[in-house]
Design a protein around this ligand. Structure first.
Ligand code: HAM
Length: 448
């Protein structure tokens, strides 16, 4: 029985009191991405298992250990998406988006599923904001995608994030690197876990991403990929760095970044924080020039990133980053008796249709209990509507914080209340405009 009222391990509810933070982030991120030319794509939460086996790679932890995979009633092997890139690329290929203006730039806000050991910043159901740029091989695209992630963090007001970048080369330079890794790890087999010993032949770069502490020491002495880059890959990487420099985006070169998914080629990057515990990578991404072909399509050089929304929220809380408050109740109309309740229904409906957050009683409480409720929900104004107000056609509206009152007519209540509210510059809408408008208007057209 207890199971019915308890969320599954590694999943989280977002309660009404907190959901505004998610909505703010989702809106801000998609709007900023829009300024960079990325338009939203929505793909299914589950895909054929093979998509991830082929796309993400059979030797990755994600595919080997973490996928939520099941057979559906038709006997198909189905997997809940562990990430968004493979599904977005599948959709791009399936719908022939390569026939439209290239590059195709898409973004998404999605839930993802990985059976990992839950801890702070690591969930089994988590959410990503991601972008993908399909059909762009130039280093200008890499720099643009990194600049977009940087602009998002900057806009939200996150500080002290470290951008780490690396190039893991193309299949040609990678082959040489694989040989070097095989030879190094081959002579240090006893310092590797069983899984890594299996990886040695199939995909030695995956060893570098092993989370097993037994392997860390051996990994520390392994050759680094940047020593094996071919001329084109080196030039590409230089081109990315020059553009980041030109945009004054600070980065650290970290030749140890290989990323945990198999599709990456050339540029890889991560935005890392030291303020949210062991799971400090808030955003990760890179280029994946071979993915489309791996999935049976043509050559589509592409790249992107995904940002973990739960980790970003952890970081925002750690840094006490302010988020625009949700709209609150501007006015609560308490009603005494049936006739007043009917008139209150008309008035609040009119207010709401004019965009004013307003409430009245829907549970049959006493007037005293209604006002108590108005106080609890932080209504800015309240008013009591009874027989005498119905008769006089006027109602006393009271500011809940300082008790200031004003008499308004019932007939044109909405117009008169709007005048009053603007005159006092009160309420959630006014506060929101006051504190955040300058910043928000930098990127978000019409957010308010
Ligand atoms: P990823 O590094 O596996 O990359 O995940 C991206 C981000 O998702 C991480 O940096 C982290 O913030 C968040 N994340 C990952 N796993 C968890 C988890 N178990 N709990 C909470 N947050 C998590 C990708 O998924 C690639 N598809 C990114 C990409 C897009 N590369 C190119 N395009």
């Amino acid at each position: 029985m207890a199971l019915i009222t308890k969320a599954v391990k590694g999943t989280q509810d977002v309660l009404p009191s907190a959901v505004y933070e998610n909505r703010f982030l989702e809106r801000a991120m998609t709007d900023i991405a829009g300024k960079f030319g990325f338009n939203e794509i929505r793909t299914p939460v589950f895909e054929h298992t093979e998509l991830f086996q082929r796309g993400v790679g059979g030797t990755t932890d994600v595919v080997q250990k973490e996928m939520y995979t099941f057979d559906d009633k038709g006997g198909r092997s189905i997997t809940l998406r562990p990430e968004g890139t493979a599904g977005a690329m599948r959709a791009f290929l399936e719908h022939g988006l390569f026939n439209e203006a290239m590059p195709q730039k898409v973004c998404y806000v999605i839930s993802c599923y990985r059976y990992e050991k839950p801890q702070t910043g690591r969930l089994r159901e988590f959410h990503q904001f991601g972008v993908e740029c399909f059909g762009a091989s130039s280093p200008a695209a890499d720099a643009e995608v990194i600049a977009l992630a940087d602009a998002i963090f900057d806009f939200i007001g996150i500080k002290n994030l470290r951008l780490e970048i690396n190039s893991i080369g193309c299949p040609e330079c990678r082959a040489k690197y694989h040989d070097a890794l095989r030879s190094y790890f081959g002579s240090n087999k006893s310092g590797l876990c069983r899984t890594c010993n299996d990886r040695l032949e199939r995909n030695p770069m995956r060893i570098l991403d092993c989370k097993n502490s037994a392997c860390s020491k051996t990994i520390a002495g392994a050759p680094v990929v940047t020593d094996f880059l071919c001329r084109e890959c080196s030039e590409h990487f230089e081109g990315v760095k020059k553009r980041l420099d030109a945009m004054c985006i600070k980065y650290l070169e970290n030749p140890r970044i290989v990323r945990g998914l198999d599709y990456y080629t050339r540029t890889v990057f991560e935005f890392v924080s030291d303020e949210i515990g062991a799971q400090g990578t808030v955003c990760g991404g890179g280029r994946y020039d071979g993915l489309a072909e791996e999935l049976g399509g043509q050559h589509v050089p592409s790249l992107g990133f995904a940002l973990g929304i739960e980790r970003l929220l952890l970081l925002m809380r750690a840094q006490a980053v302010p988020v625009p408050q949700p709209e609150m109740c501007e006015i609560y109309i308490a009603a005494a008796g049936e006739a007043a309740s009917i008139e209150a229904a008309r008035i609040v409906n009119d207010l709401r249709l004019s965009g004013i957050n307003s409430q009245t009683d829907v549970v049959g409480r006493s007037v005293k209990a209604q006002i108590k409720y108005a106080d609890k929900i932080n209504a800015v104004y309240s008013a009591v509507l009874g027989d005498s107000e119905l008769q006089s056609g006027e109602i006393l509206v009271k500011k809940m914080d300082d008790g200031e009152t004003a008499k308004l007519g019932l007939e044109n209540f909405t117009e008169e209340f709007l005048d009053l509210s603007i005159k006092h510059s009160r309420g959630a809408v006014a506060e929101l405009i006051g504190s955040h408008d300058a910043d928000i208007s930098k990127f978000i057209g019409g957010f308010l």
